[in-house]
Design a protein around this ligand. Structure first.
Ligand code: GAR
Length: 199
């Protein structure tokens, strides 16, 4: 199995979907650590419920590079091979991303390349879009950029608010992310990537 580390900042519903996928399928990944920059994140409680090892450390008062070094060390200590961002609401430093090149996935609540950044559903509604959705992509140095590996569409209804839309997209996120991570990990086993940050 590919050893996966999940990075969260909050609620952790996507983490829950990733962990729960085991009950429905035989995924090519195993979650070996759940890490958070927010020690009180609800997702950490969920992780414990799944019996997953957790690590938390506040980023407050630290430089981005120093905090990311802590995360990097922790993931290496657990022999993590792939990192899944699941509601991780912080930018990663370029140094970290280079070290983990091709090994970080993110789920974003929009049909990328549209609506990068925050507040995606409200912006899609304001623009009168017909569809909203979510995307899983490989993380590169540009925010919410990088190769898209999976997407799911949700039709926007006239009565939708940002909240109702977010809820329906979230349901799709929970379906999309585990399957996309699974497929990515299978591919990684078939075509191994060199580890850039070794040593
Ligand atoms: C999800 O909707 C995820 O797509 C989004 O935050 C939410 C986290 O929910 N991520 C981003 O906006 C990343 N920029 P969760 O903690 O319940 O998984």
């Amino acid at each position: 199995k590919v050893r996966v580390g999940v990075l969260i900042s909050g609620r952790g519903s996507n983490l829950e979907a990733l962990a729960d996928y085991k009950r429905k399928a035989d995924p090519a990944y195993d979650i070996v650590l759940v890490a958070s920059n927010v020690p009180e994140a609800r997702g950490l409680v969920l992780a414990c419920r799944f019996g997953l090892p957790v690590w938390a450390h506040s980023h407050k008062g630290m430089s981005r590079a120093d905090f990311d070094d802590l995360v990097d060390a922790e993931f290496r200590r657990h022999d993590v091979e792939v990192i899944a961002l699941a509601g991780y609401m912080r930018l990663l430093s370029p140094e970290f991303i280079v070290k983990w090149e091709g090994r970080i996935l993110n789920i974003h609540p929009s049909l990328l390349p549209d609506y990068k950044g925050l507040d995606t559903h409200r912006r899609a509604l304001m623009a009168g879009e017909e569809y909203a959705g979510c995307s899983v992509h490989v993380v590169t140095e540009e925010l919410d950029d990088g190769p898209i590996i999976a997407q799911a569409k949700v039709r926007i209804a006239a009565r939708d608010t940002a909240e109702t839309l977010a809820e329906r997209v979230l349901t799709e996120e929970h379906r999309l992310y585990p399957a996309a991570l699974d497929a990515y990990c299978r591919k990684l086993r078939q075509f191994p990537l060199p580890f850039r940050g070794e040593g």
